[in-house]
Design a protein around this ligand. Structure first.
Ligand code: HEM
Length: 519
């Protein structure tokens, strides 16, 4: 009742649309939030079992990032302290506030900002081998409607007429992108032996992202790029499937009830935390490896040994490194695969840029087209599209006419910022060139947009993401490898759809790959 009456209220039922409709979050945003958000820059919205104030105007984002003491971080361990999700990640560097946050951040900064890029090169190769192993060998002749049809027909239930239509659409896209040929499928005029086929991307991308963060920041080999499914990965998958349930994210108080599936979820979370600690103990503690290494995990172990943090806080932060460190890059990698598949002309241009480079990390970091493509993807599909984890410690004014009471949960929606026509010109158009043409221009624009909060996908200010550099390095290295080895398009069997709620990326993405190098 004491929330500001000067900003609109999003109808209560909007939060429940993901349960009973097939609308994805893009559709929900454009239908129910876009107009009021663009007019007022802030709305009242029901989420996580309470009413919240949600912001998307850059000037409001800048205010909450700057006034960290007033809009204090209040993560799940405080907001929904009895929930399963709170038991999963606890009080950690992302959710904590004040002195203890400073201890966590100081402890982890070095390990998350200095790492060995060679890990990402090795894992990118293992990942591309994994994709290749999922393709079937095919003899590709000069492209014809028939060969294209064979390639894209794969597993769908469609009629021949529907398939033919899809094929024509496929060709039309290529023509629209002015490549004018069917070479988007990688079919050269001469006869070559290629591998091609459709791949469901969720699992392989998750495996890559887990391998990268566990080796670069935790000093562990998660084993996800080898054969089989290691125990820790199986447990993590089990936990994730139970955490990301819209019903329990929307009504976390349900976790207080003795619902058998939630009791099981809590047990699985506890087991996962124990297994992770056991793995860290055997890899880094028992052999004193943590004393000789600068992984973020090593610094956390030292902090626990020096009694700066508790054992529980050690595990919370190991879990959050693993969770934030694999999920966010996983979302970004998925959106990038999707947009490369959707824009074959960009795929072709950037492949050329990659082929002309010496592929050292120094060069990769500065590839202008690849960098602009990634930034534009983040503008349109910020992996963490909406975050509500701040609580006002006193009554405060967000603007001359928006007074926020004490104890109000305040969050930000960066998807809305990226799609606001008053902030970005032609916001619905995917145009990497808007970031500039030279690497200096692109980098300057990115920095400037982060400063004025028109680009806040990595937060900003004191609480800026500690993993931005690492995430951008791993995605660049991955795409240099993938663009060198494959061409891909969106599978015609996949229905374009984003995740319904929560973290943002294409849901269940499937791609048609073709190897570039003859076997
Ligand atoms: C595409 C990848 C990523 C995106 C988009 C992203 C985004 C963000 C965002 C939005 C925040 C602020 C969260 C909030 O408001 O509560 C954040 C914080 C953080 N991120 Fe990332 N992140 C990414 C990758 C990573 C990686 C790979 C790591 C490595 C572990 C990481 C570690 C952190 C940490 C430690 C913080 C907390 C900083 C603090 O509050 O002091 N992030 N990230």
């Amino acid at each position: 009742w004491n929330f500001p009456s000067t900003i609109p209220t999003i109808p209560f039922y909007v939060s429940f649309l993901p349960f009973f409709t097939k609308c994805d979050q893009e559709k929900i945003y454009s239908t129910y939030l876009q107009k009021p958000m663009e007019k007022h820059g802030a709305v009242k919205i029901y989420f996580g079992g309470r009413w919240n104030i949600l912001l998307s105007h850059p000037k409001y984002l800048a205010t909450i990032f700057k006034k960290e003491q007033t809009y204090a971080k209040s993560g799940n361990h405080l907001k929904v302290s009895k929930s399963v999700i709170a038991a999963y990640t606890g009080e950690n560097v992302i959710s904590a506030h004040g002195k203890i946050w400073r201890v966590f951040r100081n402890t982890m900064t070095l390990g998350l900002t200095q790492y060995d890029e060679k890990i990402f090169f090795t894992n990118a190769t293992l990942f591309s081998d994994m994709i290749k192993s999922k393709l079937t060998e095919k003899e590709m002749l000069k492209p014809s409607m028939d060969s294209t049809l064979t390639l894209i027909a794969s597993t769908g239930q469609e009629t021949a007429v529907q398939k033919k239509q899809k094929c024509m659409d496929f060709q039309k896209t290529a023509n629209d992108d002015s490549s004018k040929t069917l070479d988007m499928l990688g079919c050269n005029a001469e006869q070559t032996n290629c591998k091609s086929g459709t791949v469901a991307m969720t699992d392989p991308i998750q495996r890559l992202a887990l391998a990268n963060i566990s080796e670069a920041a935790l000093g562990l080999d998660f084993g996800t790029l080898g054969n089989g499914d290691p125990e820790l990965h199986l447990q993590l998958k089990l936990v994730k499937s139970q955490i990301f349930q819209p019903l329990y994210l929307t009504f976390p108080f349900l976790d207080n009830l003795p619902i058998p599936s939630r009791v099981k979820a809590r047990k699985d979370v506890a087991k996962f935390r124990e297994t992770l600690l056991a793995k860290v103990t055997s890899s880094l503690m028992n052999n004193f490896e943590y004393e000789q290494t600068n992984f973020a995990s090593s610094s956390l172990i030292k902090a626990e040994r020096n009694q700066q943090i508790t054992k529980d806080q050690l595990v919370n932060n190991l879990v959050i490194i693993l969770v934030a460190g694999h999920e966010n890059p996983q979302l970004l990698l998925t959106s990038l695969f999707f947009l490369f598949g959707k824009h074959p002309c960009w795929q072709k241009k950037i492949r050329k840029e990659v082929q002309e480079s010496d592929k050292s990390f120094n060069s990769i970091e500065k590839l202008p087209l690849l960098t602009a493509f990634i930034y534009e993807t983040i503008r349109m599909y910020p992996p963490l599209s909406q975050i509500i984890n701040r609580c006002t410690v006193k009554k405060t004014a967000l603007d001359h006419n928006i007074v926020v009471p004490k104890g109000a949960y305040v969050g930000y929606n960066v998807y809305g910022t990226g799609r606001n026509g008053k902030v970005w010109e032609r916001p619905a158009v995917f145009d990497p060139y808007r970031w500039g043409h030279s690497i200096d221009e692109i980098t300057d624009n990115w920095r400037h947009c982060k400063q004025d909060c028109t680009m806040a996908a990595f937060h900003g200010g004191n609480r800026a993401c500690l993993g931005e550099k690492l995430a951008l390095a791993e995605v660049k290295i991955t795409f240099v490898e993938m663009l060198s080895k494959f061409e891909w398009r969106i599978s015609p069997n996949w229905r374009e759809r984003m995740t319904p709620a929560g973290p943002l990326c294409p849901a269940g993405l499937e791609l048609c790959f073709q190897t570039l190098d003859p076997l």
